[in-house]
Design a protein around this ligand. Structure first.
Ligand SMILES: NC(=O)c1ccc[n+]([C@@H]2O[C@H](COP(=O)([O-])OP(=O)(O)OC[C@H]3O[C@@H](n4cnc5c(N)ncnc54)[C@H](O)[C@@H]3O)[C@@H](O)[C@H]2O)c1
Ligand SMILES: CC(C)[C@H](C(=O)O)[C@@H](O)C(=O)O
Ligand SMILES: [Mg+2]
Length: 365
């Protein structure tokens, strides 16, 4: 198949991990006979430096017409002055809003080879398979903001329509999994959460085959650590989802491991690791590329419908996490390039084995 993929490497480790993910996509294209055209564009701090804008018009136009967008990370100390008139993160938020990608899927699994890295005891880490569905284009991130000398406000606003569409997506996804949705809110305090909860209850009636549970966000933060294997699909609003998924990454062993897919109603999507620009390690070639590489797998699955190829990447990453090499954040010494090369080699092996199996089954050759 032919596809146009826009890359937005961004800031800090963004370019390092994006390059690794692009190398993986190129190997997949060569191995499985697809034609992927890549177009790199600016976003974030690097875009502010070049154009004054965190999301230049040319970047947005390219993203709008792409089959999928692969993003690294934005932000960093250079642009983090709290009084700065413009910030890199505004570019990412504007892009999410413009593409209408309201459902941010953040899958969490814990690889047994990394269980020792987690702050939790090993027995708590068995059978963890959670899909967070984070609402991505509403809430306090996008509400009206005010600031004067001695007071500031961020309005948290949700419409029923915004809640319905992401909650429906969560229930649909649960039907392909263990049929259990946990909706996280703060309905004991926040009006937006009470609207969220009543909307979830109404939508749940359309899915009698899916079990629904409500959980307040503060206790959810605790339960994620004490009973993480109890959860299947977790759906929540924008800010709660941001915080809970970084917490969840600690269970996996590193923030550098988790991918994400941001989806709207169409096929096109925005794919990015959940981590940031990691200024403390940027430019050293040591960032873990796994979150970005697994985001590329999600891109193949959700935007291009290439399930076999997505699984090939996921199996390759699984193999590398099992046998190494491991980057520093997960206890190893390997650089970004070494991990990338190991994943590329494992993809080639996977494809060779699949071809041998196919040939064996057909008694060819
Ligand atoms: N999607 C995004 O672009 C995104 C996401 C989160 C944060 N940010 C931005 O990134 C900047 C830094 O934020 P932060 O320091 O709070 O969070 P961060 O995610 O950048 O880093 C937190 C910690 O995790 C480590 N880490 C992150 N990714 C890693 C990787 N791939 N391999 C190894 N270690 C990794 C970092 O070294 C750091 O110690 C801020 O400007 C923030 O706004 C951007
Ligand atoms: C950089 C920032 C705007 C972003 C968010 O808060 O959504 C990040 O933390 C994420 O998780 O993707
Ligand atoms: Mg975040």
């Amino acid at each position: 198949m032919k596809a146009r993929i826009v890359t937005l490497p961004g800031d800090g480790v963004g370019p390092e991990v994006t390059a690794a993910a692009v190398a993986v996509l190129k190997t997949v294209a060569a191995r499985y006979e697809h034609v992927f055209a890549f177009e790199e564009q600016l976003i974030g701090g690097i875009a502010i430096d070049a154009t004054g804008e965190p999301l230049p018009a040319a970047s947005l136009a390219a993203c709008r017409s792409a089959d999928a967008v692969l993003l690294g990370a934005v932000g960093g100390p250079k642009w983090s002055d709290p009084n700065a008139p413009v910030r890199p993160e505004q570019g990412l938020l504007a892009l999410r809003a413009a593409l209408g990608v309201y459902a941010n899927l953040r899958p969490l699994q814990v690889h047994p080879a990394l269980a020792n890295l987690s702050p939790l005891k090993n027995e708590k880490l068995k059978n963890i398979d959670v899909l967070f569905v984070r609402e991505l284009t509403g809430g306090a991130y996008f509400g009206a903001k005010t600031r004067s000398a001695d007071v500031a406000t961020d309005e948290c606003r949700y419409t029923v329509a915004e809640i319905e569409r992401v909650v429906r997506r969560a229930f649909e996804l649960a039907r392909g999994r263990r049929r259990h949705v946990t909706s996280v809110d703060k309905a004991n305090v926040l009006e937006t959460s009470r609207l969220w909860r009543s909307t979830v209850q109404r939508i749940a009636a359309e899915y009698p085959d899916v079990k629904l549970e409500h959980q307040l966000v503060d206790s959810m933060a605790m339960l994620l650590l004490t009973q993480p294997n109890r959860y299947d699909v977790v759906v929540t609003e924008n800010l709660f989802g941001d915080i809970l998924t970084d917490e969840a990454a600690a269970l996996a062993g590193s923030l550098g491991l988790l991918p994400s897919a941001s989806l709207g109603d169409g096929k096109a999507g925005l794919y990015e690791p959940i981590h940031g620009s990691a200024p403390d390690i940027a430019g050293q070639g040591v960032a873990n590329p796994v979150g970005a590489i697994l985001s590329a797998a999600l891109l193949l699955r959700h935007s291009l419908g290439l399930e076999t190829e997505a699984v090939a990447i996921e199996s390759a990453v699984e193999q590398v996490l099992r046998h190494g090499p491991h980057s520093r954040d997960i206890g190893g010494h390997a650089g970004t390039g070494e991990v990338r090369d190991a994943v590329l080699a494992a993809i080639e092996d996977h494809a060779d084995n699949a071809a041998a199996f196919f040939c064996g089954a057909r008694a060819c050759g």
